[in-house]
Design a protein around this ligand. Structure first.
Ligand code: ZN
Ligand code: ZN
Length: 238
């Protein structure tokens, strides 16, 4: 039997950078791309909160390092996070799921990020009520072998026949590289989106040690709190 040769791309479709208007991120988009280059990534999406931080300059910067940069955003819909990869500007206007249905385009890959994690921004029952808008469900990097909110995402993905996409939801450069997806695809944005949609991908992640889990949990709560204070300041907020 002739072995089937497969091209597996190292991909992370959920990351944040200093261009994020809502959370205090300490590294630039170029620094993230540099890190991705050193770690051998093939494609990433920068998915800042309610802002598409995709420019021709960044696309070229990534391309020169062999990385496909895909436009993305983590948009608030009824206050809940929804990840849009291959995003376009109009999607930033969506506030409700009905808006989202009207504004989304077929080229978007819509992922439910951290849907069952404790926190106001998690979709919880909003995912089940609006399952028609989602193409995939996120398998988060942030888990411990005994504290793992991904188990609910795994069950939901199986129940609804959707693929799981593993991401880093990177807010701190040190955590980038710990979790990603291996996507069986040509190295082109549309082909990657199509492969994810069709479930041609694998999860690459390991559970965190308890100390790391605690440390990153505290970092996350600090980031969210600083972000919330920022949005309360005059002139900030969406
Ligand atoms: Zn989020
Ligand atoms: Zn995020």
């Amino acid at each position: 039997m002739v072995p089937i040769s497969r091209t597996l791309l190292k991909v992370d479709l959920h990351t944040h950078t200093a261009d994020d208007p809502e959370e205090p991120i300490q590294y630039t988009s170029c620094e993230l791309i540099d890190r991705a280059y050193h770690l051998g990534y093939d494609a990433i999406s920068i998915t800042n909160h309610n802002a598409i931080s995709f420019t021709r300059y960044l696309q070229d910067y990534a391309r020169e390092r062999g990385i496909v940069l895909i436009p993305g955003v983590e948009v608030d819909i009824v206050g809940k996070h929804v990840l849009v990869v291959n995003a376009h500007g109009a999607i930033l206007g969506a506030r409700t799921f009905d808006d989202f249905r009207r504004l989304r385009i077929p080229a978007n890959l819509v992922v439910a990020p951290h849907p069952y994690f404790p926190g106001f921004a998690s979709l919880l029952w909003h995912m089940r009520k609006n399952m028609d808008v989602f193409d995939a469900i996120e398998f988060s990097w942030f888990y411990h072998s005994h504290i793992n909110f991904n188990v609910f995402a795994i069950r939901a993905a199986a129940r609804h026949g959707l693929p799981l996409v593993c991401t880093s939801d990177c807010h701190h450069l040190a955590t980038f590289g710990a979790a990603y997806s291996l996507v069986e695809s040509e190295k082109e944005p549309e082909a990657i989106i199509e492969a994810v949609r069709a479930g041609r991908l694998e999860i690459a992640a390991n559970p965190l040690k308890l100390r790391e889990f605690g440390k990153h949990g505290v970092e996350h709560i600090t980031d969210v709190t600083v972000g919330a204070i920022r949005r309360l300041l005059p002139g900030e907020g969406r």
